[in-house]
Design a protein around this ligand. Sequence first.
Ligand SMILES: *[C@@H]1O[C@H](CO)[C@@H](O)[C@H](O)[C@H]1NC(C)=O
Ligand SMILES: *[C@@H]1O[C@H](CO)[C@@H](O)[C@H](O)[C@H]1NC(C)=O
Ligand SMILES: *[C@@H]1O[C@H](CO)[C@@H](O)[C@H](O)[C@H]1NC(C)=O
Length: 373
Amino acid sequence: MEIKLYYILALVVLVIDLSSYGICQTDEDLGKAASFIFGDSLVDAGNNNYLQTLSKANIPPNGIDFKASGGNPTGRFTNGRTIGDIVGEGLGQPHYAMPFLDPNTTGRTILYGVNYASGAGGIMNATGRIFVNRLSLEIQVDYFNITRKQIDKLLGPSKAKEYLTRKSIFSITIGSNDFLNNYLLPVVSAGTRISQSPDTFIDDVLNHLRGQLTRLYQLDARKFIIGNVGPLGCIPYQKTINQLSENECVQLPNKLVLQYNARLKDLVQELNENLPGATFVHANVYELVMELITNYAKYGFKTASKACCGNGGQFAGIIPCGPTSSLCSDRNKHVFWDPYHPSEAANLIIAKQLLNGDPKYVTPINLRQLVDL
Ligand SMILES: *[C@@H]1O[C@H](CO)[C@@H](O)[C@H](O)[C@H]1NC(C)=O
Ligand SMILES: *[C@@H]1O[C@H](CO)[C@@H](O)[C@H](O)[C@H]1NC(C)=O
Ligand SMILES: *[C@@H]1O[C@H](CO)[C@@H](O)[C@H](O)[C@H]1NC(C)=O
């Protein structure tokens, strides 16, 4: 009798123990697609809070409309949710993918996805060095390699592989800083610009990107969404320093970005053909944002040129958003939150297109279809 009781207790303890390691995680839990988010400040959810860096957003009024923090700053470079947050909600994920560097990102939490994005980060290692520290794409993939091993431990190798190949979405939102905070930087990069034509610079960037995407594939990533670079010549910062009028955009950045984007599209097609079992979705962020900027009134915006939070010049585009910035009163009527980043209202429109949109913006399938593959 006593022996039987002992066995029952041992079994109970074993079950509790296994469930705490995630082995008994319900199918319902794992049925939700997990997001692994790579990128720059457009999708950083707080990694830079843990770095010694000049690129930080954990100061008010950033996050003023972010409900999950009660309007407190989180390190997101916008007033509310990022595109990554909204997409995660749309896919039914129970909470936002946590920043990799947050000490609370441990245990089963990682099974709902992890965010590796970092303000000022780029595809090239050297990008953003004027901000001192930031996570370049290569380091972000190194960090995913750490997460990968933790997932093996949580689920066991075969379930881990299935979870990564079938349930996980890998989004990559990066490249803006390789232009803004690398190739186009005055003084710092003038030398590079003289010694390297746009074509060879773009070659370097895409070769490096191909290498990092291939590493993710080697680590069992199969469902990818790759955003191209937005119209950098139209952000309040560029329009202000070049003293443009309201409906103009700076030509050189947009020209370079379009050149890069065309080659990126080829790369996405190449990877679809060369990496068996992988699907790479291409998101035309450039066209989407350009549509919002050109036809802003149609989407309920009042301005697509002036930053809601910022200071300096006609478009509040010189001094980044912080406690002493001027702040607009109608935040959801501005396409741009600050001199560089879209508002939550703009992010919502972009994210909905990625989730449900048509081939004009997402090819060959949209995110919902990617999840269901
Ligand atoms: C981690 O979680 C604990 C408990 O929920 C919380 O008190 C703490 O603020 C969190 N730390 C961070 C850095 O979010
Ligand atoms: C980028 O930086 C990482 C980490 O410092 C280093 O290991 C790697 O060799 C660098 N890659 C290139 C292409 O410079
Ligand atoms: C992941 O890390 C291991 C070492 O822990 C290394 O052998 C392997 O090459 C790494 N994989 C990638 C794709 O970087």
